[in-house]
Write a protein that binds this ligand. Structure first.
Ligand SMILES: Cc1ncc(COP(=O)(O)O)c(C=O)c1O
Length: 383
């Protein structure tokens, strides 16, 4: 008997898992590989978590999360994103944005449905589609367009089977941001072709040169759009596991049904901390953004000076240098790991069009980034 389900067996192999395990065998490596803030959760949020424990918030909550948290999320979405949702019926709190993506895709996708994703793009969309036997249609986001999704390229990818478009802006792994004028065109295309849109806005607060615009704020998108966000990146809360989805009421309701039979709810303590994150002083977010911005400018300047062409990312905490002059992604990844003691992530972990690139996460101290780049400079001089 074969124990593993076909949909799992036939999923693409996890490049990132394999490479992280190789990287873990090297000692004293500077890691620019990880997609999580090196900064700590702000103190007032930690205190709210401790208070929640002491006051015995140690039980299940509603499958949709505490109403107080959903109300705070609805207020934030209205005020900051111009997206009006009913906290009672149109928001679900999940175990991180990752669980929201999973619940959403399981709710809407049938085997054979086509899902358009940015490539290079966040790998979860590819894997969850594969688990569901849905077909991923990669949409090449090109370096010459600063890796931003272009509406004219999207149109070419739509077929009768296209059900879902996933957009992620600011994006992992490229740091690209889709400008408002393009998001408006993308919305028109989605409406014309009756597409559902998942907008993953987890890096919303880490944007450097412009104001974040949400496609969900376009009134005609409300019925065909689910917005995902969370606390991991903006508030450095990866380990607390809180995120949310908001939008189409029928979809949110069904996500709650699946959630009830899987995770049941996001941790009560973490939900309480998330309320404090949203209601508390937002200066901590601005301080973190400024710190990442400093590192962004430094890493991109140095990479270009070294001779590795790197587009200036507009958001998130990743740079996506073009290393193709030295070999393919896996080869250069290995070269930097072995000879420069720097771990990065090969672009191919994010789709086939990631070939020729590496992802550098600058969620590490300036001091470590400087050391890493000095080492890389010495290595590339000898290639
Ligand atoms: C684009 C994107 N969406 C979602 C997530 C998942 O975030 P969370 O920690 O909230 O599950 C990540 C994490 O790296 C991400 O990069």
């Amino acid at each position: 008997m074969k124990w593993i389900a076909d949909s799992i067996e036939n999923s693409p192999p996890s490049i990132i898992g394999k490479l992280l395990s190789i990287a873990s065998e090297y000692k004293d490596v500077i890691s620019l590989a990880i997609g999580e803030p090196d900064l700590d959760t702000p103190e007032h949020i930690i205190e709210a978590g401790i208070d929640a424990l002491k006051t015995k918030y140690t039980h299940y909550t509603s499958n949709f999360g505490f109403l107080e948290l959903r109300e705070a999320i609805a207020e934030k979405l209205d005020k900051e994103n111009d997206f009006k949702v009913d906290p009672k019926n149109e928001i679900i709190v999940t175990c991180g944005a990752g669980a929201a993506i999973d619940l959403f895709m399981r709710t809407v996708l049938n085997p054979g449905d086509e899902v358009i994703v940015q490539d290079p793009g966040y790998f979860n969309y590819i894997y969850v589609s594969a688990f569901l036997d849905a077909k991923v249609v990669p949409l090449h986001v090109k370096e010459e367009n600063e890796f931003s999704l272009k509406p004219e390229d999207l149109e070419e990818k739509i077929t009768e089977k296209t059900k879902l478009l996933i957009i992620n802006s600011p994006a992992n792994p490229t740091g690209s941001v889709i400008p408002e004028k393009d998001l408006r065109k993308i919305a028109d295309i989605a409406i014309e072709n009756d597409l559902l849109v998942l907008t993953d806005e987890i890096y919303e607060k880490l944007i450097y040169d412009e104001k974040h615009f949400s496609i969900a704020s376009i009134p005609e998108m409300k019925e065909r759009c689910v917005l995902i966000n969370g606390f991991s990146k903006a508030y450095a809360m990866t380990g607390w596991r809180v995120g949310y989805a908001a939008g189409n009421r029928e979809i949110i309701n069904k996500m709650g049904v699946i959630g009830a039979y899987t995770t049941i709810c996001a941790p009560a303590v973490s939900q309480k901390a998330a309320i404090s994150a949203l209601k508390g002083n937002q200066e901590c977010v601005e301080e973190m953004r400024k710190e990442y911005d400093k590192r962004r400018r430094y890493i991109v300047k140095r990479l270009n000076e070294i001779g590795i062409p790197t587009v200036m990312p507009k958001g998130a905490f990743y740079a996506f240098p073009n290393i193709s002059q030295y070999g393919n992604s896996e080869k250069v990844w290995k070269l930097f790991l072995e000879k420069a003691n720097v771990s990065t992530t090969p672009g191919t972990a994010f789709g086939r069009y990631g070939e020729g690139y590496l992802r550098f996460s600058y969620a590490n101290s300036l001091e470590n980034i400087e050391k890493a780049l000095n080492n890389i400079e010495k290595v590339v001089k000898n290639v």
